[in-house]
Design a protein around this ligand. Structure first.
Ligand SMILES: CC(C)(COP(=O)(O)OP(=O)(O)OC[C@H]1O[C@@H](n2cnc3c(N)ncnc32)[C@H](O)[C@@H]1OP(=O)(O)O)[C@@H](O)C(=O)NCCC(=O)NCCS
Length: 168
């Protein structure tokens, strides 16, 4: 995947989005971010590093980072796998103290712009049902949601998940 950096053109001027970067440079802050976003999985530093190195070397994978310009730190990320005309959003996270400010929307908007330029027409994703996340995603995409199916999640036990397909 070629290098990509996009200054936000929308409302939020305090953040910027970028993808490829030098892993050793961002390793510490990304590791902290992942632990903060997914405490329930108890990921080790090594697991986090392996995930990012594997994703970086996969030319079908796209990772976008959201950086707070003032703080000069990464405060969010999303990892996506592209298969033909469809991109599957694998993981998304915003640092806990930066949540509820619609920052995930900044990431998604930029992700979608990028995916469209490389010929992707659909995104798919799974989201937890119990905590209302699947409903929030459906609200956000509205009539662009073209398919949903409630399934039993594979990760982290048997919690109920919804598989959602969205038209870009
Ligand atoms: C889930 C998470 C990324 C949301 O980020 P956020 O910036 O705090 O999002 P907000 O609560 O400000 O959401 C604003 C709106 O965006 C929408 N939205 C939320 N998550 C979305 C997503 N992943 N994609 C698209 N839209 C989303 C919702 O419509 C929400 O509107 P609402 O007010 O109607 O619910 C964040 O809470 C987080 O990192 N949680 C821990 C990690 C996690 O569980 N990740 C998801 C599974 S991989």
């Amino acid at each position: 995947m070629e290098e990509y950096r996009l200054e936000n053109s929308g409302n939020n001027t305090s953040t910027e989005i970028f993808n490829k970067t030098n892993w050793p440079e961002i390793k510490t802050q990304v590791t902290e971010l992942i632990k903060d976003c997914f405490p329930q999985y108890n990921f080790t530093n090594e697991e986090i590093e392996n995930f990012f190195l594997k994703t970086y070397s996969n030319d079908k994978a796209l990772v976008l980072f959201l950086k707070d310009k003032l703080e000069r730190k990464i405060i969010g990320f999303t990892a996506t796998y592209i298969n033909g005309d469809t991109a599957d959003i694998h993981m998304t996270g915003i640092r806990s103290d930066k949540r509820n400010q619609k920052l995930v929307g900044e990431l998604m908007k930029n992700l979608e712009e990028k995916l469209k330029t490389i010929g992707v027409s659909y995104i798919t994703r799974e989201a937890k049902v119990n905590d209302g996340y699947a409903d929030a995603i459906e609200r956000y995409y509205g009539d662009r949601v073209i398919y949903t199916e409630d399934i039993e999640g594979t990760k982290g036990g048997t919690e109920e998940k919804r598989s959602i397909k969205i038209k870009l």
